[in-house]
Design a binder for this molecule. Structure first.
Ligand SMILES: NC(=O)c1ccc[n+]([C@@H]2O[C@H](COP(=O)([O-])OP(=O)(O)OC[C@H]3O[C@@H](n4cnc5c(N)ncnc54)[C@H](O)[C@@H]3O)[C@@H](O)[C@H]2O)c1
Length: 350
């Protein structure tokens, strides 16, 4: 493996809880440069990682141009993913882009054009794909242990929308987030459903804004929330599979509850994100598990991390379920279609 120098743009929650800690655990790479518009975050993260002042940037163009950066991780709010990824690709630098890819499909055009003109290695941070249970579920399904898939039944409930005093951060503003809980949590589930059960072909959904106004970040003034914090949709998936999704961040009493059930003609797989190392599994035809729904532990060979796979990709060792910008574009199209379905009160074909 060649040694890789990584630049991180956006030093907020996800950079500090996933990208940076996971990269610290990967051999043959180093975080060499960081960028944020918040100088305080630059100082804290820069000091922690021992990054010299000249490689702490407030303008992402400077980080991308630095010869000390081989590849770029994009961990900013959603509306910045496309301009930053496009700039990096134009410089020939591989990217790992946080989800969702953008605020809508139309905004993705510059990125699509840049990739067409100058293809570079790319990845989307569809984090759930790297969870051991999801990788194992894919193996179980692909090896016929639950027969043909009939339906997927998905719930993601959080109560984080009700946190007292939570202000009008970028997530609650359409011009920066695109969608609300749909793009924040739902996009992971959409990507997982497509990975495990097949391509979604049509959707019919509703969205709702439950907390309608919040206090602005930097003043006492209240302002309108214009992104969803509830979404439910049904969908058709190829080969006659049906999907049923409910996603909310205003689910009082449920701090973080995920149910992802995949029903087949011969068995059932149930995944819970709170325990990503096990699955609940039942099969009539498999020698894994038993004759009733029971918890099985994911074998070690299915364990990996998102950032380990990013570094492997940079070294030409792409794992077969690595999410790319192509997957980001697909799920963006599905997000746009669910919003359209909700607005027009109709089914929308993908
Ligand atoms: N993969 C996952 O499971 C997962 C989980 C949470 C968030 N996310 C995604 O990660 C991204 C960031 O989310 P977050 O929760 O970390 O947000 P955050 O608000 O905590 O962090 C965003 C950071 O970007 C910085 N920033 C804003 N404008 C910038 C600019 N022009 N240049 C450089 N930095 C800039 C902000 O100062 C902030 O530090 C979002 O796209 C979100 O959807 C992914």
């Amino acid at each position: 493996m060649y040694f890789k120098k990584i630049g991180i743009i956006g030093l907020g929650m996800i950079a500090n809880t996933r990208h940076i800690p996971e990269l610290k655990d990967v051999e043959n790479c180093k975080i060499t440069a960081i960028c944020d518009i918040d100088e305080n975050k630059l100082k804290i993260v820069g000091n922690d990682l021992g990054i010299p002042d000249e490689l702490r940037f407030t303008d992402y163009h400077d980080l991308i141009a630095s010869p000390e950066v081989d590849a770029v991780e994009i961990c900013t709010p959603n509306h910045l993913h496309i301009p930053i990824a496009t700039a990096a690709i134009k410089m020939g630098k591989p990217v790992n882009v946080e989800k969702p890819l953008s605020i809508n499909l139309q905004c993705c055009e510059p990125l699509k054009n840049a990739l067409k003109e100058n293809y570079v290695l790319n990845m989307m941070s569809f984090t759930y794909r790297f969870m051991p249970a999801i990788r194992y579920a894919k193996w179980i399904i692909d090896n016929g242990h639950i027969g043909d898939i009939l339906n997927v039944d998905v719930e993601y409930f959080k109560d984080s929308g009700f946190i007292k005093g939570r202000r009008l951060e970028w997530r609650f503003q359409k011009e920066m987030a695109g969608t609300g809980v749909l793009g924040d949590l739902g996009v992971h589930l959409i990507d997982m459903a497509e990975l495990l059960a097949g391509k979604i072909t049509s959707v019919c959904g509703v969205t709702d804004i439950i907390v309608k106004e919040r206090q602005k970040i930097d003043s006492e003034e209240m302002a309108k929330v214009d992104t969803d914090d509830y979404c439910s949709f049904i969908c058709n998936i190829e080969n006659g599979v049906r999907g049923n999704f409910v996603i909310s961040r205003c689910a009082m009493g449920k701090p973080n509850s995920v149910k992802f059930d995949i029903y087949g003609t011969k068995g059932l797989i149930c995944f819970n994100m709170n325990n990503p190392n096990v699955l609940d599994f039942y099969s009539e035809v498999s020698d894994i598990g038993g004759d009733r729904l029971q918890t099985i532990t994911v074998p070690q060979e299915f364990h990996t991390t998102q950032e380990a796979e990013f570094i492997k990709m940079l070294n030409g060792e792409r794992c077969d379920i690595l999410p790319t910008i192509e997957d980001g574009l697909r799920s963006q199209k599905i997000l746009d279609s669910i919003l359209k379905s909700s607005e027009k009160n109709c089914w929308v074909n993908i």
